[in-house]
Design a binder for this molecule. Sequence first.
Ligand SMILES: [Mg+2]
Length: 312
Amino acid sequence: MHEFTLLQRVFARNAELPASVIVPPGDDMAMMMLSPSHALLAACDSAIEGVHAPMGCDARVLGRKAVLRNLSDVAAMMNARPIATLACVTLPRDCDDARAWQLFEGLRETAAAWGAPLIGGDVSKMSASTTHAPIIASVTILAVRIDETRAVVTRCSARAGDNIYVTGTIGGAWDAVTGLGRHLNFTPRIKVAQTLHALLGDALGAAIDVSDGLGRDLGHIATQSRVRLEIDLARVPICAGSTAREAIAHGEDYELAFTARGEVPSEVDGVAITLVGRVVEGEPAVIALVAGESFDIAQCGYEHRTTLRGSA
Ligand SMILES: [Mg+2]
């Protein structure tokens, strides 16, 4: 089953959730109200050896990435700061103590560095009959709103008339041959997001972090906001050495894509903010405009399949 199909079945039950769930499944983080003024945000994401990092990698790197991926989701909510982390780790039967400890250190030190200490979790080992098993590190992150009087920025609030921006550069985050690249050690855009939220407030529309490919991730904003996104491909800040095709399809960039109206700074905390397109009325789509031609890039990106463990 495709990830998309599976998730659509999950989202179909969102209406049954209690009214305290303000942001249900389908966004970068879920949010529920604990009291009339206090909200808790939560998200979980995994880092799997052989999928999100090369088999045999330094386990510390895998643990670090598992936490960083979750922090990137905190950034995508823009009005949020991480407060705690939990990790559920599955180890191969033959994993030695040194490697298990490296993994723990990667999780612990990264979580601590971002103000979200590792406060709990679980460790299990695979059965002896499982050969060539990967390490699986599943991380849950908890966050709170910075400004409790304001909403978080979701994927469903882009408005016709907004401009579309991306932070940093897109593409070239991982090497298809070695599996290495900056996807293994990146700076989640939490500080940039917080600054933008403080500056722009309600001028912000929708936001997402670019994990599955710029085309596919903008597609989530288009679908959930029921708008059409038009991207000037020539404006997309493509990483040196990468192509436009890679930039929109490969993913693992962990930059932010967001919509806003009004004045938006061209740089925040040393990170470039680039205008790449506009939101217009129309059927949900992400249309790339290049050299007078247009094509839909909403399907350009990485999709996990529940029957396939591929390389992202
Ligand atoms: Mg995300």
